[in-house]
Design a protein around this ligand. Structure first.
Ligand SMILES: [Zn+2]
Length: 311
């Protein structure tokens, strides 16, 4: 956990910015965390601690980072945006990594409460899927930004379900009549792309657990170990077929074809029935039925307050 001061010398940027780098190791994988141009060592520590916790939350089921080697670069900015992390993105150039722009005055608690770092780190689970697979890529990150944070205790389990549901509602409101796989970049309907994608992965996770006795975590973990190349471009159906190959059968492909052709937001009714979730006037209601409680706990990693055991 030592800091190394390096000089960044990437043209056309002048060689001025000092970078404090810390490398996190997990099994055979390493994540290089670079804090750019921050002089105050206490602030560097705060930013490193935040990324450490976020990276820890996004480890695979077998306890490694999805990519053998990747980086996170944190840069501070002045911003009028109320978000502690006004901008984040995944970069896939020579190396795959995450770029996070952080408000200069955002404290640790504000950073920890923000979803952006976990969202971007979740993108390290998939290769580049092109415009037609953007809904799958953004959907995966949007699903896991809630799941991973709940499991890590950065979010209550009930709040994680509420946030997923709030996303689904935003997606439902943005439905445009265009086929899902034609909703590429620059075609509007961002909320639909993100949250219809998340609905796909929730449904996929439930189907894997119900019909294959496995989980999305397990399949993505195996994929990360055998096949994942963060810089590769894969056709979305090839990515899904590779996951199916690991899970056995064609469950994810069948679901993919159905969702890709949808012109409306997918219905959540079967998923919510299975999870024992009901939409009420004041947020969600969670059933105490044993199977539903077990399933919700398997996904979010914690018991939801107020649920009673099955009578
Ligand atoms: Zn994203």
């Amino acid at each position: 956990m030592r800091h190394f001061l390096l000089l960044l010398c990437l043209l056309p940027i002048p060689c001025l910015a000092a970078t404090a780098t810390r490398v996190l190791h997990a099994g055979d994988s390493a994540l290089r965390v670079e804090v750019v141009d921050v002089d105050d060592p206490a602030r560097v520590d705060t930013l490193q601690r935040w990324i450490s916790e976020s990276a820890e939350a996004t480890k695979t089921l077998s306890g490694r980072f999805p990519l053998r080697s990747a980086y996170v670069r944190v840069q501070q900015i002045d911003s009028r945006d109320s978000s502690p992390v006004p901008w984040g993105q995944t970069q896939r150039r020579r190396e795959t990594g995450v770029l996070l722009y952080v408000r200069r005055n955002a404290d640790y608690e504000a950073l920890r409460g923000d979803w952006t770092a976990v969202h971007e780190l979740s993108h390290l689970y998939h290769p580049y899927l092109g415009d037609s697979g953007r809904w799958l890529a953004e959907g995966l990150a949007s699903y896991y930004q809630n799941v991973f944070r709940a499991r890590a205790g950065m979010l209550g389990a009930d709040e994680a379900w509420e946030r997923l549901d709030a996303g689904f509602r935003r997606g439902e409101a943005a439905t445009s009549g265009t086929r899902m796989d034609a909703m590429g970049r620059g075609r509007g309907g961002t909320m639909r792309v993100y949250w219809a994608g998340a609905a796909y992965w929730l449904e996929a996770d439930l189907a894997l657990r119900r019909e294959r006795g496995t989980s999305l975590d397990a399949v993505l973990d195996e994929y990360a170990r055998c096949c994942l190349d963060g810089n590769a471009t894969l056709a979305p159906d090839d990515f899904i077929a590779a996951l199916d190959h690991l899970a056995g059968g064609e469950l994810l492909t069948a679901l993919y074809r159905r969702h890709a052709a949808l012109r409306e937001f997918p219905t959540l009714d079967p998923a919510y029935r299975q999870l024992g979730i009901e939409r009420g006037g004041n947020g969600l209601r969670f059933s105490g039925a044993r199977e539903a409680v077990r399933l919700r706990k398997e996904i979010m990693g914690a018991e939801i307050k107020g649920t009673a055991a099955e009578p």
